[in-house]
Every structure is written in structure tokens, then in C-alpha cells.
Write a protein that binds this ligand. Structure first.
Ligand SMILES: Nc1ccn([C@@H]2O[C@H](COP(=O)(O)OP(=O)(O)OP(=O)(O)O)[C@@H](O)[C@H]2O)c(=O)n1
Ligand SMILES: C/C(=C\CO)CCC[C@H](C)CCC[C@H](C)CCCC(C)C
Length: 310
């Protein structure tokens, strides 16, 4: 298969295919060829040598790759719109549930905490394999960040947003936990994106592990841990178990798409370690000290980085 036909075949899969992933992993420079000096040189060399086929191939590759880039932009803009609508729909759904008294505000807040980050991560494969895809994905938490700042500073009012994501219903609360949460999403998308287990594990711990600790701890947390009367064994043990299981599930999900390959026995041990560290850090923190939405992902990021690298 020639390079041009390989790229052509990839375009027909709307940039969501393993051939392109492999091409990007093994020969990333080839995808930036159309506008590069290397491509021009190759074509000029073929022209001077009278290699008509070489010139045609080079031009065909250029148009295929240009179409790929243009197509990828449209693809990513569409994916961003879909995920943005999903984010709005999620907050709206929990607003309706709390307004109708079908759900307590604290449970709604924690379910938004668990679901928004995990569903956002689950949507990453719908973005194209272009290098710009992460910037498009990042627009979703960025838009939510602006939304939180606007409403947190009371420049606009949205009772629904406040009810579904704050603890006491005060707008300024949007500028703490929820804002830190979306900032962590932005950092993980920009720094790690879907190519690194480190970002995936950090978000799974912050969204899944920490969220479950609250839900279980509030309901079954009668026995407190000795060094923090606000946290319970039930909450911390659930955080450890669910943080571990959700991280493993997300890693399996991304590895199934071919973004990385892992040795599962080795990975299980490392994820258990990260889960233990994240659980311990969460069990120490209180509202007066550092927010869980900073301490948990930060501790997970450092530990996962030491285990898995970048
Ligand atoms: N390891 C844990 C974590 C949480 N909880 C329960 O969940 C509640 C909320 O915990 P946490 O999220 O740490 O408290 P805050 O930061 O004050 O609340 P929020 O995250 O909702 O802002 C605690 O009061 C406690 O009942 C628990 O029992 N054990
Ligand atoms: C309540 C929260 C944190 C407190 O600990 C989370 C607040 C989350 C947001 C305001 C909404 C964030 C949306 C995500 C960036 C994208 C979700 C996309 C998806 C498809 C549902």
C-alpha cells in the first residue's frame, strides 16, 4: 500500500481509524508533510529526475493530507459541539431532578461531579487524531470555566447551575470546587490528553473515586477514621475500590482504541498504588485546608507520573 493510498484509506474512515493512529504513532512526521519543506524537496527531486510518477504521488499525497487536515477541523468542531451540548444537558438534567425534589442537592452535585468528568473522558475518542484535537476538546471545560466564573461573580444568574453544582446554593461556591474541577480537566486535556495513562488515572480518581467516597461516606460512614473526624472508613474504602476499578476501566477503554498498550498485571499493581495514595490524601483534607479537587488529582498525577511516565 502506498503512502498516498494509506492516507486516502484513512480519510474514508473519517479520521477515526487505527491505520491513521498507527501512521501517527510510527511516522508522525509524515502527517505534517504537505506543507513541509521535506514534501517540496521530495517533489522537486522527483521533477528534476523526470520521475513523473513520483511527482504525481507527491501531489496526490499533498491533496489527500490537506483534505485530511481540513476534514479533521470540521470533525473536531462537530465533536466539540456534541460534547458541549452533552455538558449543558447533564447540568440541566440534574437541575430538573433537584427542582422537582426527585433528588437531594448534595447527591445531584456529586453525580454531576462523577459523571461530567468521566463522560467527558469517554468522549475523547470521538475527536480526530489530528494534533489540534486536544485544543478543540479543551474548549468544553473552558466554556464551563467561563460559565462558572460569570455566575460565581454574579455577573449573570442561573439558578439551575447553582442548584445542581453547589453545596449551599451560594454563587461564590462556583468559584471553588467546581472551578478547580474544570481547571483540572483543562490541564489533563492539554498536558496528557488520551495518549497518557497518567491523565486518565488522575481524572478517574478525582471524578470517580472522590465522588463515590462522598456518596457512600455520607450514607454509611458512621465509623470515622482516627485522624479526621469528617471522613469515614466506608468513604475511604469505597474511594480506594472505585478509584481503582474506574481507573482500570478507563485505561482498558483507551487501550482498546489503541492510544496506548499496557501490561495488565504491572498496571494493576501501579493503579492500586495510585489509588491508595489518592485515598490517603483525600482522607487528610478538609474544606478549610486544600480542596479535594486539587489535592486528589495532584497526588494521583505525581504518583501515576512516577509509575507510568508521561
Ligand atoms: N473519605 C471520606 C470522604 C467523604 N466522606 C463523607 O462525605 C462528606 C463530604 O466529604 P468531602 O467531599 O471531603 O467534604 P467537603 O469538601 O466538605 O464537601 P464537598 O467535597 O462536597 O465540597 C463528608 O462530610 C463525609 O460525610 C466520608 O465519610 N469519607
Ligand atoms: C460539581 C462539580 C464539582 C464539584 O466538586 C463539577 C462541575 C462540573 C461542571 C460545571 C460541568 C463540567 C462539564 C464538563 C467539562 C464536560 C461534560 C461533558 C459530558 C459529555 C457530559
Amino acid at each position: 500500500m502506498t503512502l498516498a493510498s494509506a492516507v486516502g484509506a484513512t480519510i474514508s474512515f473519517k479520521h477515526f481509524s487505527l491505520p491513521l493512529l498507527r501512521l501517527r504513532q510510527h511516522k508522525p512526521h509524515l502527517l505534517s508533510l504537505p506543507t513541509s519543506t521535506a514534501a517540496l524537496l521530495t517533489r522537486r527531486r522527483a521533477w528534476t529526475a523526470g520521475d513523473r510518477d513520483g511527482v504525481v504521488k507527491s501531489l496526490r499525497f499533498r491533496s489527500s493530507a490537506a483534505a485530511l487536515t481540513g476534514g479533521a477541523l470540521v470533525h473536531d468542531a462537530g465533536a466539540t459541539a456534541v460534547v458541549m451540548a452533552g455538558a449543558y444537558g447533564l447540568v440541566l438534567t440534574f437541575d430538573v431532578l433537584t427542582q422537582r425534589n426527585l433528588m437531594e442537592q448534595s447527591l445531584s452535585r456529586k453525580l454531576v461531579h462523577i459523571l461530567s468528568g468521566l463522560l467527558f473522558m469517554a468522549c475523547w475518542p470521538i475527536f480526530s487524531t489530528s494534533t489540534e484535537a486536544r485544543y478543540f476538546a479543551c474548549l468544553v471545560p473552558l466554556a464551563n470555566c467561563l460559565r462558572l466564573v460569570t455566575h460565581g461573580l454574579s455577573l449573570a444568574t442561573d439558578e439551575g447551575l447553582i442548584k445542581s453544582v453547589t453545596r449551599e446554593g451560594k454563587p461564590e461556591e462556583l468559584l471553588r470546587g467546581p472551578l478547580y474541577y474544570v481547571l483540572v480537566l483543562i490541564v489533563c486535556v492539554l498536558v496528557f490528553w488520551r495518549d497518557s495513562p497518567t491523565g486518565v488515572i488522575s481524572l478517574a480518581m478525582m471524578c470517580g473515586g472522590d465522588g463515590i467516597a462522598d456518596i457512600i461516606g455520607r450514607r454509611f460512614g458512621a465509623i470515622k477514621i482516627p485522624y479526621n473526624e469528617k471522613k469515614s472508613w466506608a468513604g475511604s474504602i469505597s474511594m480506594f475500590i472505585f478509584g481503582f476499578l474506574i481507573s482500570m476501566g478507563m485505561l482498558y477503554y483507551f487501550s482498546a482504541f489503541g492510544y496506548f498498550q499496557l501490561d495488565w498485571l504491572w498496571t494493576t499493581e501501579r493503579v492500586a498504588l495510585v489509588s491508595f495514595v489518592a485515598t490517603f490524601v483525600e482522607s487528610l483534607s478538609t474544606t478549610e485546608t486544600v480542596d479535594d479537587n486539587i489535592s486528589v488529582p495532584l497526588a494521583s498525577m505525581v504518583t501515576a507520573f512516577l509509575c507510568f511516565g508521561y
